[in-house]
Design a protein around this ligand. Structure first.
Ligand SMILES: Cc1ncc(COP(=O)(O)O)c(C=O)c1O
Length: 381
């Protein structure tokens, strides 16, 4: 048995999405910037995709810009909001994704803006009092705080942070890569200036995403070239990617209630079974709290052991694909900066399991059984 429990890293493509993409890989190959019939057909498909995405997140089509994925969208919104508005201060957190952390650190090092890190509470949530203190001290800042942490699953209250940012006139960017397609976002209700998505996190193709930019908070492009994406991103569009992203988001919204219920059950089953099977097990951050964490992510904390470093490898050998933290850094020797920020002294092992609509209860049981046999064997040695 081979079990895939690393859906926060990427999800399998939905076959319905593949079917929607196929014509744009074969027959409808025109360049959307061409004015002839081949081009016009593809241009129309891109614009109707933009309209559909806008409808789903309740914004106007002009506020949706397609990108190569979450990383490009995060980089663009952060770097360009700072340069467009001459923002001198950035407020963020130490547990953001590297697409955010490395961008804000670069801006800080270059002297363009000064970085201020907001404190976290003991569960890894943003300390709202400290956030307001920072906003008071540095109004008109860029605030970059993710909606859901990709390693812990911790959820941010976007409404609350948006209201605070509005009060202090901050540019609020939120990395929503882990929540688009899993939660409904209503951009008319949220005071968010920019947010980001990557299609491969919700059963769409890799290498395509979008950024939402509120119409009264327009920014300059980072990628200069042709007039594509309403002059906001030069370069011939990833047409079949955009078609796939849109289909995947439509399916995600269509089936959200059913899938959320199903995946929540998988996660709670895994929590219960792990607690029974592994003495001393804990969960990192607020991962086991169904109210304040992503229903797709469970970050497990295992008792201290010298062999914890081999756990992920051993799980892989037993047929289970999971992650030790951020998938984007798996393979790298450095540990997780998220767990390091939250538990600097800990020697406990950490495994991130993440679920999708394609997982089954027997896969969960299999993973628990294998993990328990690895951990409990170590303990009895
Ligand atoms: C929270 C978060 N932000 C950004 C990214 C990067 O997105 P992409 O892979 O689409 O560039 C990821 C991917 O792991 C992520 O989890």
């Amino acid at each position: 048995m081979r079990v895939y429990l690393d859906n926060a890293a990427t999800t399998p493509l939905d076959p319905e999405v593949f079917e929607a993409m196929k014509p744009f890989l074969l027959e409808d190959f025109g360049n959307p910037s061409s004015t002839h019939a081949h081009g016009r057909k593809v241009r129309a498909a891109i614009e109707s995709s933009r309209k559909k995405v806008a409808e789903l997140i309740n914004c106007t089509p002009g506020e949706v810009i397609f990108t190569s994925g979450g990383t490009e969208a995060d980089n663009t919104l952060i770097s360009s909001s700072v340069s467009t508005y001459g923002l001198k201060h950035i407020i963020s957190s130490p547990i953001e994704h590297h697409a955010v952390i490395h961008t804000i650190e670069t801006l800080d090092k270059s002297g363009l803006a000064t970085l201020h890190m907001v404190k976290l509470d003991e569960n890894g949530h943003i300390d709202m009092t400290h956030l307001e203190e920072l906003l008071e001290a540095y109004p008109d800042a860029l605030v970059s705080l993710m909606h859901a942490n990709n390693e812990l699953g911790n959820l941010l209250d976007l409404g609350q942070v948006g209201d605070l940012c509005k009060k202090y006139n901050a540019f609020f960017h939120s990395d929503t890569v882990q929540t688009i397609g899993h939660y409904k976002h209503d951009m008319k209700q949220l005071h968010v200036c920019g947010m980001t998505a990557g299609a491969h996190k919700f059963h769409g193709p890799k290498g395509v995403g979008f950024m939402y930019i509120r119409k009264d908070r327009k920014i300059h492009p980072i990628l200069h070239g042709g007039a594509q994406e309403r002059n906001m991103r030069g370069g011939t569009e990833n047409v079949y990617g955009i078609i796939g992203l849109t289909k995947a988001l439509e399916i995600a919204y269509r089936d959200m209630a059913e899938h959320e219920k199903y995946v929540r059950e998988l996660k709670s089953r895994m929590i219960g079974k792990l607690q029974t099977a592994i003495p001393g097990i804990k969960f990192n951050g607020d991962s086991a709290n169904p109210e304040r964490s992503l229903y797709t992510v469970l970050n497990v904390s295992l008792p201290e052991s010298d062999e914890n470093e081999m756990l992920l490898f051993n799980l892989d050998m037993q047929g289970i694909s999971a992650s030790g933290g951020s998938a984007c850094s798996s393979g790298a020797s450095k540990g997780s900066h998220v767990l390091g920020a939250l538990y600097p002294e800990s020697r406990r092992g950490a495994i991130r399991f993440s679920f999708s609509k394609y997982n089954t209860t027997s896969e969960i049981d299999f993973a628990v059984e294998k993990l328990a046999s690895l951990v409990n064997v170590k303990e009895s040695v």
